[in-house]
Design a protein around this ligand. Structure first.
Ligand code: C5P
Length: 405
């Protein structure tokens, strides 16, 4: 199989951070993989690496000056901003991020970034206080909302002698982000025109205005699946219970609190080609939650009467008018995972069950090991990140629609 990076065109903008030296290794490694690289060196970047080393490694001219007569005779900043597949800013300083967020174009790098119609990825690095400053975090959010891809800085020793978040991501990490970008853009048409609803997170069932019944679901797996389907070009609706996760760009998000709200939002999202029920829906809600806070009184322990919640997965799987072509459920189990999943497949009437053993730290953690249980059989997937599980599932979903046109 051809290398996903081969013949890709990258514009590398090197900002003024001590970690700029890592760019030399990055360029060397990307060149080995067949990437064609043009480099723009900012004034700050030029204090840390030399144009000569950059041009030797990229085997291309290095661009530095917005007002270069020779380059601008051919509108250098417009050309640079258009003729590459991806623009990577590494290192991206706090100053560079502030300029990008505000559309300032006062040098060749920032003007190119403002003029581009190509995807932009940034690898920030700075002192941890600068990173945590509300101004930088605000700029980061502005950039994220605009679709800028972020390679987050790592934790560890910083050049200033402090310890914290702010180190430029390692070269391997930057390369994996570039690979993931090209992989997802290759896939980006495969589920075009298909629509999916994904439920994610926990539900909260009110006891009174301040108390509720809930569970430990973080929503990470469901969000990752919604994003993976989006990256395949699908129209995705994410019906999310309360989580601490950022709403993903390019996805319609319906925020709900209780199971009954989740049911209503999921039903309203139909018709859909597929529904993936990842949410850890509470099995019961409290009958008649109190309108006022229940007061603590000595010796008086309230009794909660619980009523069964609607089963979203089951009702979507058996929907009269809009049964989606593919309905996928999850099964979180602590024992006999495969058996329980097979029973669940039958009982709920869905097409696939993604089963996992949650006896470890799966709920809230970043990794997951799952089995896919279908009528045809069981396949065991490796222990991997929730993002990888999501990507593998999206691939399998794409295969299903390819085979069942
Ligand atoms: O055994 P359990 O009912 O918890 O099955 C889990 C699967 O069912 C998950 O896919 C979950 O999202 C879905 N579910 C649901 N509505 C419920 C309970 C579970 O959609 N009320």
């Amino acid at each position: 199989m051809a290398d996903i990076l081969e013949n890709r065109k990258l514009l590398l903008i090197i900002g003024g951070g001590i970690a700029a030296y890592k760019c030399l290794d990055l360029i060397r490694r990307l060149k080995e993989r067949g990437v064609e690289i043009q480099a723009v060196l900012t004034g700050g970047g030029g204090k840390f690496v030399t144009p000569l080393s950059l041009s030797s490694l990229t085997e291309n001219k290095v661009y530095q000056d917005l007002f270069s007569l020779t380059d601008e005779a051919e509108m250098g900043h417009i050309r640079l901003s258009r003729e590459n597949d991806l623009i990577l800013v590494a290192p991206a300083t706090a100053n560079m991020m502030a300029k990008m967020a505000n559309g300032i174009s006062d040098n060749l790098a920032t003007t190119t970034l403002l003029a581009t119609n190509k995807p932009v990825m940034i690898a920030p690095t700075m002192n941890s206080q600068m990173w945590g400053h509300p101004a930088t975090q605000h700029n980061l959010n502005v950039l994220k909302e605009r679709g800028t891809l972020i390679i987050p800085p790592a934790d560890g020793d910083l050049a200033c002698g402090e310890v914290g978040t702010g180190r430029l991501a390692e070269v391997d990490e930057i390369i994996s982000n570039i690979e993931a970008f090209f992989l997802s853009s290759e896939n980006s048409n495969l589920l075009k025109g298909k629509s999916f609803t994904v439920t994610a997170g926990p539900t909260y069932e009110a006891i009174d205005p301040v108390r509720y019944l809930a569970n430990h679901s973080s929503g990470k797996q469901g969000y990752a699946i919604a994003k993976a389907l989006r990256d395949y070009g699908a129209n995705v609706t994410l019906v999310s219970g309360p989580t601490n996760l950022e709403p993903p760009a390019g996805i319609r998000i319906l925020n709900v609190t209780s199971a009954r709200e989740m049911m209503e939002a999921t039903e309203n999202s139909l018709p859909a080609d597929g529904v993936v029920c990842v949410a850890a829906v509470a099995d019961w809600h409290v009958n008649n939650p109190q309108r006022q806070k229940i007061k603590k009184r000595p010796g008086a322990i309230p009794t909660l009467e619980l009523i069964e919640n609607p089963d979203i997965l089951k009702s979507i799987s058996n929907h009269k008018e809009h049964r989606p072509r593919l309905v996928i459920g999850f099964a979180a189990e602590t024992e006999n995972v495969t058996n329980h999943a097979q029973n669940k497949l039958e009982n709920k009437g869905c097409d696939w069950i993604v089963a996992n053993d949650i006896s470890g730290d799966v709920m809230g953690g970043d990794r997951n090991q799952v089995q896919i249980v279908t009528k045809e059989g069981v396949s065991e997937w490796p222990y991997q990140s929730k993002v990888e599980v999501a990507q593998q599932l999206a691939k399998q979903i794409e295969d299903f629609f390819k085979d069942n046109k």
